[in-house]
Design a protein around this ligand. Structure first.
Ligand SMILES: [Zn+2]
Length: 293
């Protein structure tokens, strides 16, 4: 099964929407990070949002990063995406055990606590655009909605859901972001509000419905068309070469201290858990030749 993304636009040009079935990429994150269900849900929601928000980037090399920092046991969640559906992320703490909420749902907000959502847009030149807003609920979708209202003055509806299976894997995952473009009419807004009221259990709708069927529910009474269909995937682009650069960036003193230890050094990628090991000889070569020999 592929992760399917769909971009839609109302015929009057006033509502733009992104719909993403993210089951496979959230499952991949679970496999890499071996997360407990509440962390799988939180990280999965953040990854899903990052993919959709990344679609608004201008260039292939641009990156959008969402970081949540809170005083709850997960401490931090991070997701970074490009505009082509590639996303990766990690939790601060992968295994957190919290009782279910009274509603029977995973307590994502309890795992995050009070804190901040930071949105970074980086086009590789100069300082990235950074926006930091206080978390309003810690359930992530509301926090994204709040970010758009405060930082971009764009009325936005965001819904995200991850359904965990009995064996703690991912049964379904997905979300949508709908945005009102400047000049939206009252009747469009009213129709949208009514339609969204029909969709309570976001994770469950992605279990049985296609993006098109979900779009039909969201856009009842609002004529629309699909502008793009795209794929999304969990993708880490780490490499031995990049890991060498990280080692070099530590500086000569730090590198010298590692060599003096006389033991191989292993670095682990935060995003995909791949391990890169360097022998003492390789570290010496890095120190003397910058890894070029
Ligand atoms: Zn990696």
């Amino acid at each position: 099964m592929k992760n399917n993304g769909t971009t839609i636009l109302s015929d009057n040009g006033m509502v733009r929407g992104y719909i993403l079935n993210a089951r496979d990429l959230v499952y991949q994150a679970f496999v890499y990070h071996k997360t407990a269900p509440v962390v799988t849900a939180g990280l999965g929601r953040l990854l899903t949002a990052a993919v959709m928000m990344g679609r608004t980037l201008k260039n292939d090399d641009d990156l959008l990063t969402l970081q949540i920092e809170g005083d709850g046991p997960v401490r931090t969640l991070l997701a970074t995406a490009d505009r082509n559906g590639h996303v990766k992320g990690y939790p601060g703490v992968a295994v957190v055990d919290l009782p279910l909420k009274a509603s029977g749902k995973l307590d994502v907000s309890g795992s995050i606590g009070n804190g901040f959502l930071t949105v970074l847009r980086d086009n590789g030149e100069g300082e990235p655009y950074v926006s930091r807003t206080a978390l309003v609920s810690g359930e992530i979708a509301e926090d994204i909605t709040h970010y758009y209202a405060i930082s971009e003055q764009t009325p936005t509806v965001c819904a995200l859901g991850v359904l965990i299976d009995r064996d703690y894997t991912v049964k379904s995952a997905g979300g949508f972001i709908l945005q009102l473009l400047p000049g939206a009419e009252e009747e469009t807004i009213a129709a949208l509000e009514e339609n969204i009221g029909h969709l309570h259990n976001v994770s469950a709708i992605f279990e049985g419905k296609s993006n098109e069927e979900i779009a039909d529910i969201l856009m009842q009474k609002i004529p629309y068309h699909v502008t793009e269909r795209w794929e999304a995937s969990y993708a880490c682009n780490c490499s031995r070469e990049k890991t060498q650069k990280v080692l070099l960036s530590l500086g000569r003193k730090e590198l010298g201290a590692m060599i003096a230890e006389g033991k191989p050094v292993e670095l682990c990628c935060h995003f995909c858990d791949r391990r890169y090991s360097f022998t003492v000889e390789e570290l010496e070569n890095l120190l003397l030749h910058g890894g070029k020999k």
